[in-house]
Design a protein around this ligand. Structure first.
Ligand code: PMP
Length: 402
C-alpha cells in the first residue's frame, strides 16, 4: 500500500501489512463463522480454539516448558508493575508467614525509565520493601540510564519476594545482551538454594524479537503486545505454576487481597477467559505470530533484527566520526536492538532530522519527551528494506550536515 509510511514509533508501531489485510477480512467474518472478530463471543468454540492456538504457538516458538502457563491479560505492561507485586508478595507471605513487611524484600534492577517506574510502583504498594540491586545511573559518565552495568555491580538480597528487571528499556535504548558477556543479565549471581527463583522480567518491547535466555528460571515474564506482536490492549504473561497464588489464603495471613482480574491463578484457572479478554488484539496477535512462525520463528527474526540494528549503529558511528551526533549508549554498554537512541549536538539539526525525515515518509523518530533526542524503533515488523531506506536518508543527511 503506497499510502503507508515507514513507521519507527516506539509503540504502537508497524504491523505486517499482510496481517492487517487479513485482519480487515476477519473484522467482517472471523474464520468462516459469519461473525466479525470484534463481534463474536469470547466463549464461542471458534474463539476458544483460537486463543488456545495462540498460546500454543507462543509456547512452541519460545520453548516454554510445561511448568509455565501462558496467559492473556489487559492493562498493559504498566499494570503488571503492581500486579506482580501483589501476586509475588502473596506467594512470599504463604512461604514465610512470620516475616514483618520490612523483612519482605523486593529486588529491583534499575536500568532505565521503565524499571524505575516499576520500582516507584512497588514503593507505593506496601506489604514489603524494595532494594535496588544496581542503579545503572551510578555507572554512567553523565548520571543517565545509558548502560547495562557489568556483573560485579549487582547485589541481590538472599531471599527476595521478587527480582525485577526490564529486558529492553524502550525509552533509553539499553538492553541486556543475549550472549554471556558482562552486559547480559547475571543469572549466575541470583540467590540460590531457596526454591524456585521469583525472577520477573518486563519483556514489553522485546517479546518474541529473539529467544528468551533462561526462560525456565523466570517466575513471571510479561509483555504488552503493541511493539513486536500486535495491537495495544493485550498483555501476554508467562507465569510459573508456583506463582498462581490463592489470594484469599494469603490474605488470611495478612497479605493484601488481589482483585480477581489481577490474580494469575484466576487467569490460569479460566484459560484467560475469567472476564472478556481483548478479543481483537488477541486475534491480530495470533495472525502476527503465525506469520512469524511461518517465516522461521524467533531464531529467524533474531538474525533479521541484529542485521537491522547493526546497519543503523554503523551510520551512527559515521555520524560520531563526523562530530555531528552521539549514540546514547556506547558500544559494548548494552545497546538495544529494538530502540536505537542518539542525540545530535545541535538541537536545530536534530529538529531538521526529524522534520526532513517526516517529509520523506519516515515517521515516529522523535525521542521520548522525557529524554529527548532521536529514537528509531525497529521492532519485528519493520523490514530490512525499510531500514535500508532509513540508512540512506541518514547518510544523505549526514553528508549535508558535516
Ligand atoms: N515496559 C516497557 C519496557 C515498555 O516499553 C512499556 C510501554 N512503552 C511498558 C512497560 C508499559 O506498557 P503499557 O503502555 O502497555 O502499559
Amino acid at each position: 500500500d503506497s499510502t503507508r509510511v515507514i513507521n519507527l514509533s516506539a509503540g504502537p508501531c508497524s504491523l505486517p501489512e499482510l496481517v492487517l489485510q487479513e485482519a480487515s477480512r476477519g473484522l467482517l467474518n472471523f474464520n468462516g463463522t459469519g461473525i466479525g472478530i470484534a463481534e463474536i463471543s469470547h466463549r464461542s468454540p471458534e474463539f476458544v480454539a483460537y486463543i488456545n492456538d495462540v498460546a500454543s504457538m507462543i509456547r512452541i516458538e519460545l520453548d516454554v516448558p510445561p511448568t509455565h502457563h501462558i496467559l492473556f491479560a489487559q492493562g498493559g505492561g504498566a499494570l503488571q508493575f503492581s500486579t506482580v507485586v501483589l501476586n509475588l508478595l502473596a506467594r512470599h507471605r504463604l512461604l514465610h508467614p512470620d516475616l514483618l513487611d520490612s523483612e519482605r524484600v523486593m529486588d529491583y534492577v534499575l536500568t532505565g525509565w521503565f524499571s524505575d517506574m516499576a520500582l516507584n510502583e512497588a514503593n507505593r504498594m506496601g506489604g514489603g520493601r524494595t532494594n535496588v540491586v544496581v542503579d545503572a545511573r551510578l555507572y554512567s559518565s553523565c548520571g543517565k540510564f545509558d548502560n547495562i552495568p557489568s556483573h560485579e555491580a549487582y547485589r541481590f538480597s538472599p531471599d527476595p519476594a521478587l527480582i525485577f528487571y526490564c529486558e529492553n528499556e524502550t525509552v533509553d535504548g539499553v538492553q541486556f545482551s543475549d550472549s554471556t558477556d558482562t552486559t547480559s543479565f547475571p543469572f549466575h549471581l541470583l540467590p540460590q538454594g531457596k526454591g524456585p527463583l521469583p525472577l520477573v522480567a518486563d519483556y514489553s518491547s522485546s517479546f518474541m524479537s529473539r529467544p528468551i535466555p533462561h526462560l525456565a528460571d523466570h517466575a513471571v515474564i510479561f509483555a504488552s503486545a503493541q511493539k513486536n506482536i500486535g495491537p495495544a490492549g493485550l498483555t501476554v504473561l508467562i507465569v510459573r505454576h508456583d506463582c498462581l497464588v490463592d489470594s484469599d489464603a494469603a490474605a488470611k495471613l495478612g497479605a493484601a487481597s488481589i482483585p480477581y482480574t489481577l490474580m494469575y491463578k484466576t487467569l490460569a484457572d479460566n484459560g484467560s477467559l475469567f472476564n472478556t479478554p481483548s478479543v481483537f488484539a488477541i486475534y491480530v496477535t495470533g495472525l502476527v505470530i503465525r506469520r512469524l512462525r511461518d517465516l522461521g520463528g524467533v531464531v529467524y527474526i533474531d538474525a533479521v533484527n541484529k542485521r537491522k540494528a547493526e546497519r543503523l549503529y554503523a551510520v551512527i558511528r559515521d555520524g560520531e566520526a563526523k562530530g555531528v551526533l552521539r549514540a546514547r549508549v556506547a558500544e559494548g554498554k548494552g545497546r538495544s536492538l529494538m530502540n536505537v537512541v542518539f542525540d545530535f549536538y545541535d538541537s536545530e539539526v536534530q529538529e531538521r532530522f526529524v522534520s526532513n525525515g517526516e517529509a520523506c515518509g519516515i515517521k515516529g523518530i522523535r525521542g521520548h519527551p522525557l529524554v529527548k533526542g532521536t529514537r528509531l524503533s525497529i521492532y519485528n515488523a519493520v523490514t530490512e528494506d525499510q531500514v535500508n531506506t532509513v540508512v540512506a536518508y541518514m547518510r544523505d543527511f549526514l553528508a549535508q550536515h558535516s
